[in-house]
Design a protein around this ligand. Structure first.
Ligand code: AP5
Ligand code: MG
Ligand code: ZN
Length: 213
């Protein structure tokens, strides 16, 4: 099963993807995580991407399309995958359709997680992530047992550079202008599965499972 997780910054795409890995036995492919990993390694691609990410803008299409094309050919994608944060505009979606057609694959479901903007800002500015294992937390909604320490591995928690109010505001605008048109794009392909993203993480996971069957 090939799935796209669509939704604004902070909607809970990453949070739900982590639960879906075990439930469906397919990997999460997050272009944001891949770009942050490239930056951590100090590669030219990562350093270039950071300029865009810090402003809340999209990294050039050629970069992310290349990353995804390479990633979906890996062995662990044989039974399917979840794309988290890709595609993010119509030209990425068209490139994906073309690539999948050539591979004899297709997207089965586009899960669109909907959350109002005020809630998104609260979620993003309070998000913390483990530097070691990548586990996600929220200072109020999902706090670690010990402040700034990961429950799972004891690693240090950090705040993403783009989770400040100014960058979040620009990310939300980019979502409105460039990513939202994908709702229509996938509705036309009869692949869109809308989900109310407000509620507990467990409630939302139950909604995801209900639409995926
Ligand atoms: P990316 O990393 O994809 O960020 P994003 O889309 O902005 O989404 P987030 O990761 O911020 O949110 P999420 O939906 O995963 O929320 P999460 O589950 O963590 O992209 C970052 C940047 O990289 C982009 O701005 C761009 O520059 C670049 N980029 C990436 N992909 C690209 C592409 N395809 N093309 C071009 N550029 C690209 O949850 C958020 C918080 O809320 C957490 O603290 C969590 O604990 C909490 N939370 C989750 N669910 C709930 C709930 N139900 N109730 C309360 N709190 C909750
Ligand atoms: Mg994410
Ligand atoms: Zn950890």
């Amino acid at each position: 099963m090939n799935i796209i997780l669509l939704g604004p910054p902070g909607a809970g795409k990453g949070t739900q993807a982590k639960r879906m890995i075990d439930e469906y036995g397919i990997p999460q492919i997050s272009t944001g995580d891949m770009l942050r990993a490239a930056l951590k390694e100090g590669t030219p691609l990562g350093l270039e991407a950071k300029k865009f990410m810090d402003k809340g803008e999209l990294v050039p299409d050629s970069v992310v399309i290349g990353l995804v094309k390479e990633r979906i050919l890996k062995d662990d994608c044989a039974k399917g995958y979840m794309l988290d944060g890709f595609p993010r505009n119509v030209s990425q979606a068209e490139a994906l359709d073309k690539t999948l057609e050539a591979l004899g694959q297709k997207i089965d479901h586009v899960v669109c997680v909907e959350v109002p903007n005020e809630e998104l800002v609260t979620r993003l500015t309070g998000r913390r992530t483990c530097r070691n294992c990548g586990a996600g937390y929220h200072i109020s909604f999902d706090p670690p047992k010990k402040e700034n320490v990961c429950d799972k591995c004891g690693g240090e928690l950090y705040q993403r550079d783009d989770d400040n109010v100014a960058t979040v505001t620009s990310r939300l605008k980019v979502y409105e202008d460039q990513t939202k048109p994908l709702i229509d794009y996938y509705e036309k392909q009869a692949k869109l599965r809308r989900i109310n993203g407000v509620g507990s993480m467990g409630e939302i996971f139950a909604r995801v499972k209900a639409v995926l069957g």
